[in-house]
Design a binder for this molecule. Structure first.
Ligand SMILES: CC(C)(COP(=O)(O)OP(=O)(O)OC[C@H]1O[C@@H](n2cnc3c(N)ncnc32)[C@H](O)[C@@H]1OP(=O)(O)O)[C@@H](O)C(=O)NCCC(=O)NCCS
Length: 240
């Protein structure tokens, strides 16, 4: 195998995929065939047609991707939603296939792993972010020190990069922002951790986290619940 293939995943392997969130009109019909009746109903409730089509395209591509690994029919996959919104496969036979999704602007990324919880985040680097205010509010003391040591002109991109690492862990946990972001420390160059003593309900797992290339102008990161995994540094274009 020369690169990742959307239907093969070795134990311990992590694969990353990216796609445009906007599908050309002639593809939308086929994509709509891949989503479930519940998703079609959710799609019908979007006010704007562009939002509806983006939702359908994102869901249909996710279903095609997972169906490839599982050798299943995309529309038949039992996708369910966890208590804080994280999608998962509600079928014990498919429990080995962990996945997560993130989107920003017109880009959607998918992360899949075999046997480990996984989270992913992607963010468009907006130039108007209140970096200092957000850092004070959401980052740990060690993260704040790391950012403050950087030259001012590098702080915006570094802030977004650090944020994506943190959000990838929060999404890997399945808690999202229901866990205060300052309770996860996700400094570059070391496994991320839930800050000890603050959240007794979260397993004290160390997370492998890596930034990866998703597209120009974006920062992205993936987090996997195992401390020493080799993670891909780029997302491959999804071939459908
Ligand atoms: C998860 C969360 C951090 C996403 O933030 P975001 O930057 O706006 O969005 P992203 O592009 O990174 O991720 C969105 C995707 O993450 C996935 N997701 C949603 N909730 C998730 C969670 N708790 N954990 C992991 N992944 C989650 C979904 O696939 C979603 O895509 P979809 O809406 O098209 O299905 C944020 O929505 C959150 O904290 N939600 C939890 C709050 C809650 O309890 N909501 C109730 C929902 S039932």
């Amino acid at each position: 195998m020369t690169g990742p293939e959307p239907d093969r995943l070795q134990p311990g392997e992590v694969q990353l995929w990216r796609a445009a969130l906007t599908a050309p009109p002639d593809e939308l019909g086929d994509l709509t065939e891949c989503v479930s009746p519940t998703e079609r109903e959710r799609a019908s409730r979007f006010y704007a047609a562009t939002d509806r089509d983006r939702y359908v395209a994102g869901r249909a591509r996710l279903r095609r991707l997972l169906a490839g690994y599982l050798r299943a029919d995309p529309a038949e996959l039992p996708l369910a939603i966890g208590p804080h919104g994280k999608p998962y496969l509600a079928d014990p036979a498919a429990g080995w296939l962990a996945f997560n999704v993130a989107h920003s602007r017109d880009l959607i990324v998918y992360a899949v792993a075999r046997g480990h919880d996984i989270g992913v985040d992607v963010e468009w680097v907006r130039p108007d972010l209140d970096v200092d205010g957000l850092t004070r509010r959401f980052f740990t003391a060690a993260e704040r020190r790391w950012l403050e040591r950087l030259p001012t002109e590098r702080r915006l991109a570094a802030f977004v990069a650090l944020w994506t690492r943190k959000e990838a862990v929060l999404k890997g946990l399945g808690l999202g922002l229901t866990l205060p972001p300052q309770q996860v420390e996700a400094l570059p160059g070391r496994p991320a951790r839930v800050v000890p003593g603050v959240e007794a309900t979260v397993a004290p797992v160390r997370w492998s986290v890596a930034a990866f290339a998703a597209g120009t102008g974006y920062r992205a990161a993936v987090a996997v619940a195992s401390p020493a995994l080799r993670l891909p540094r780029t997302a491959a274009p999804l071939p459908y």
